[in-house]
Design a protein around this ligand. Sequence first.
Ligand SMILES: CC(C)(COP(=O)(O)OP(=O)(O)OC[C@H]1O[C@@H](n2cnc3c(N)ncnc32)[C@H](O)[C@@H]1OP(=O)(O)O)[C@@H](O)C(=O)NCCC(=O)NCCS
Length: 186
Amino acid sequence: MRPASFLRSTRLEYRHPELADVPRMVGWINDPEVRRHLDQRVFPLGQQAEEEWVRGLPARVAARTDVVLLVLRQSDGEPVGSTGFHAMNWLARWAEFGILLGREHWNQGYGREVTSTMLRYAFQELHLDAVRLRVNASHQRARRAYVHAGFVEEGVLRRAAWVDGAYDDIAVMSVLKDEWRPDEGG
Ligand SMILES: CC(C)(COP(=O)(O)OP(=O)(O)OC[C@H]1O[C@@H](n2cnc3c(N)ncnc32)[C@H](O)[C@@H]1OP(=O)(O)O)[C@@H](O)C(=O)NCCC(=O)NCCS
């Protein structure tokens, strides 16, 4: 029996990751194209480390610091990636957004669909006031997906990333609740 989904969007559904999902997640994260713009991914990720990370998720959810969701295609239940909120700040009511899709699922608008869905979850269910992210300035694919979903750039951390043998800037982007339009990127 398929585990129940927690959220749904047009083509996708979202649920808590389970240990059985770990081999797929490890495959995505170790893919050089996928990890190219991710922090802390210049060391290989093993199955055991990822299992421990997944085992630690319920405690982080209980502490209300993180929400992590596996993203699956509704039509056949195929996992396509993961997404989440991290470092959730309940005083100022904002969180950092993260997303990762397996390479074979890029360029089908899933990045935009997931981002839009997570904004709806953030503002309508979690009652956050802002969602923020950091993205390498040269990561055009991600930036386009984020802009489509309603993010705007609010600042730049100069030479804060190292990508493909060169420094890159990091763009800080955000959506404030009162700027957000539910239909954006839908
Ligand atoms: C970033 C990521 C989530 C984007 O997902 P995606 O499903 O490919 O994104 P979408 O299909 O929704 O949108 C991609 C947009 O970028 C555009 N794009 C694709 N390749 C591009 C490129 N090389 N340069 C510029 N734009 C590009 C697409 O045309 C599309 O824009 P459009 O809707 O205006 O046509 C996905 O590539 C990913 O998971 N990458 C690896 C992990 C990662 O880097 N995560 C983000 C860290 S900040």
